[in-house]
Ligand binder design. Structure first.
Ligand code: NAP
Length: 240
């Protein structure tokens, strides 16, 4: 699980651990990783904190081997969840911010998916990859998230093409495109632009646990034939 230190990734990590998965927790904030691991262990689960910067391509490529060493088994479920907003008008973005968004949201997840798949293919084992996209991949109304939208469109397309690429190897690649859900990223956005829920028909933010069923479906045998699909879960917040 990338981005396991907060928001959706933290919730997803707990959820998968509660369902019996051994969960490798990736992120940069080491103390947070230890905290989440402790929570999981206290609840009877197994967790491996894995300090990782998604911008460090070499470290990202090496991460699956580290997990394999820690658990004695290859990564069979990858949740590509880490991501950052741009929160900046396109024409005002620094090169540093452009690199950060592209590397965190697209290059890192791509490298990781490819390395997880490479190892599974070598071992002739099936697997599941779930990429966290966004409704921003399909809809943009302005306001300083242009590059974010581009990277999430890339994540949705990556989901489709890698599903085709690895279907013959028994690796399913799907995605979830959340609307606005409560998290640190969302808190930051609300601080910047004010209460966005007044524009939503249901006048509320989603809560991370309201994505549980979608994630569990995409990693369970029930979705054996579902691959290359991105499930939009947005509480009807936006247009289509
Ligand atoms: N919340 C929403 O409404 C919403 C809607 C649509 C899509 N999403 C997507 O959902 C995913 C999770 O976001 P969230 O809302 O839960 O936000 P969040 O609370 O800010 O969590 C983001 C996570 O990504 C990790 N991360 C960021 N940069 C990283 C880097 N360079 N290397 C490694 N990890 C990094 C962070 O960990 P560290 O800081 O510890 O590294 C953190 O765990 C993102 O891909 C986001 O685009 C969220």
């Amino acid at each position: 699980m990338t981005g396991a230190t907060s928001g959706l990734g933290r919730r997803f990590s707990r959820l998968l651990a509660d369902c019996g998965a051994r969960v490798a927790l990736a992120g940069r904030r080491v103390e947070r990783l230890e905290q989440v691991a402790e929570e999981i262990r206290e609840a009877g689960g197994t967790a491996l904190p894995l300090p990782l910067d998604m911008r460090d391509a070499v470290a990202v490529k090496g991460a699956p081997a580290q997990v394999e060493e820690g658990f004695g088994a290859p990564v069979s479920i990858l949740v590509n969840n880490a991501g950052i907003p741009d929160a900046q008008r396109a024409h005002k973005m620094s090169l540093e911010l452009i690199d950060a968004v592209l590397e965190t949201n697209l290059r890192g997840p791509y490298i990781l998916a490819c390395e997880v798949a490479r190892r599974l293919i070598e071992l002739k084992q099936p697997g599941r990859i779930v990429n966290i996209s966004s409704v921003g991949a399909y809809h943009y109304a302005g306001g300083g998230a242009a590059l974010y939208s581009i990277t999430k469109a890339g994540i949705s397309r990556m989901t489709e093409v890698l599903a085709v690429e690895w279907a013959r190897h028994g690796i399913n690649v799907n995605g979830i495109a959340p609307g606005a859900f409560s998290s640190e990223m969302m808190d930051g956005m609300i601080e910047r632009v004010g209460d966005i829920t007044r524009h939503f028909p249901r006048k509320r933010l989603g809560q991370p646990e309201q994505l549980d069923g979608t994630l569990l479906y995409l990693v369970s045998p029930s979705s054996e034939c579902v691959t290359g699909t991105v499930v939009v879960v947005d509480d009807g917040q936006g247009g289509r």
